[in-house]
Ligand binder design. Structure first.
Ligand SMILES: [Mn+2]
Length: 436
């Protein structure tokens, strides 16, 4: 209301999506709608009337058939208590209400779902809708104590599920067995949705950044990368661990893992309000460039390897992202927009603020599509020892990811490192016990 005082604000929740025939996809509420209302049921709308300083929640009126097949949903009186709205009505009354209210307003701020449904009743302008989405992105970026508590709980459950996986993995299993274990640990804790499909990538599959096939065999000599997170009332956790499927890291695995771990810890140490995400990312690229140099895979000075993006052949993603109702949360709205001062690509460009929750997740991968790309080979022939790198193409990759709260002073790591360690000695101890 403060941000957009001159117009009527209307948001519709997400619609149910058919999977096939009579079957729907599991329902997930639109994140902006969830942020404003907390309503996780389909068929809801919210109307904000700044002139009367009123917010009204509209919920679906369900019929007897719905009650027979799907069961009941909360009545308006229960919704008032559940969601903290003074006024709750049925959605079939919304059209009439809009017709009455629209005379008092010249602007209508609506989200895309509401524009689709009510474009015959109200005249929407794209510009106004964009202003609404921008205001919401701006609001959602700094987390309140309540939001933080939900992310913290999701992160705690996620860490425990990762631990269960680390203790249960055996050579000869399939990736989907590991996925089933991770997912069921979250479900058993009452967190019924995952923030994204779990990535369980053994050996060379870890070189696929968003690998989803999850059907390969686990071999003792390989590493297993698990990137997965649960969701609580829409708030996501996102943790990655990479560990040996056998008892120990090989010398090569240890070298690669150590570079990623040192990079991750070094980046976490830099986190503070005011830090530019581009500087943070550049720091991670430098650390990885230095590490790959020490392994004899890159040559030249580290700053030059960052500048030429040679290091991106092995680390082709960002250092992290904001975490919230979307696992890749928005970066703060127009008000926070900054230039990327460097030439390398970057999606997350912002100055960190107290109240941001973000991931720190550097990685090193040996990706055939990059290593064998003729243009990249030509461009980087002076700085990449391709003959050595080619021998590592079956390796896969290593990524280590924790969830952090930015605050005054050192950042708070939400990932319980006792539950799900990342030091080599601690991981090997768990693996040794698991396989003995
Ligand atoms: Mn992530």
């Amino acid at each position: 209301m403060r941000r957009l005082p001159d117009g009527l604000i209307l948001l519709s929740g997400a619609a149910e999506v058919i999977r096939n025939g009579d079957v729907h996809h599991p329902f997930r509420q639109d994140s902006n709608f969830l942020y404003l209302t907390g309503v996780e049921e389909a068929g809801a709308h919210v109307l904000v009337d700044p002139k009367r300083r009123a917010g009204i929640l509209f919920i679906a009126r369900i019929d007897a058939n719905h009650k027979v097949w799907e069961g009941c949903v909360p009545e308006p009186s229960e919704c008032r208590k559940l969601y903290g709205f003074d006024r709750v009505a049925y959605a079939d009354a919304l059209l009439k209400r809009l017709k009455k209210l629209k005379r008092g307003y010249r602007k209508f701020y609506a989200n895309p779902a509401a524009r689709k449904i009510y474009s015959k009743t109200l005249s929407f302008r794209k510009k106004d809708s964009d202003a609404l989405l921008d205001a919401l992105e701006e609001l959602r970026t700094v987390k309140t104590a309540g939001e933080f508590a939900l992310i913290k709980k999701a992160s705690a459950v996620t860490a425990k599920a990762h631990r269960a996986v680390m203790e249960a993995v055996r050579p000869g299993m399939r990736e989907y067995e590991v996925q089933a274990l991770f997912d069921s640990e979250c479900l058993k804790a009452g967190l019924r949705h995952l923030a994204f499909p779990s990535i369980v990538a053994a050996g060379s599959n870890a070189a696929v950044l968003h690998y989803r096939r999850n059907d390969a065999l686990l071999k003792a000599a390989d590493l297993l990368l698990v990137d997965a997170g649960s969701e609580l009332h829409g708030y996501a956790a996102d943790i990655t661990r990479t560990f040996p499927i056998g008892r120990r890291f090989s010398a090569l695995q240890r070298d690669v893992y150590s570079i990623v771990l040192e990079t991750q810890k070094s980046c976490i140490g830099l986190l503070r309000p005011g830090l530019h995400s581009a500087d943070l990312h550049r720091h991670s690229m430098l650390k990885i460039a230095e590490g790959l140099k020490s392994m004899g895979l890159l040559k030249g000075d580290a700053a030059g390897l960052v500048e030429s993006e040679a290091v991106r052949l092995f680390y082709p993603h960002g250092i992290g992202h904001l975490l919230g109702l979307d696992v890749h949360d928005g970066t703060g709205g127009k008000k926070r927009k900054l230039q990327n001062p460097f030439k390398f690509q970057l999606r997350f460009v912002a100055k960190l603020e107290a109240g941001f929750v973000m991931t720190i997740e550097p990685g090193i991968y040996f990706i055939e599509a990059l290593v064998n790309d003729p243009k990249l080979r030509l461009k980087h022939k002076g700085s990449v020892r391709f003959s050595k790198v080619e021998r590592l193409l079956g390796f896969g990759g290593v990524r280590i990811e924790d969830n952090l709260l930015i605050r005054n002073g050192p950042a708070l790591n939400l990932t319980d490192l006792k539950a799900v360690p990342k030091e080599i000695a601690d991981i090997e101890e768990i693996r040794r016990e698991a396989l003995s």
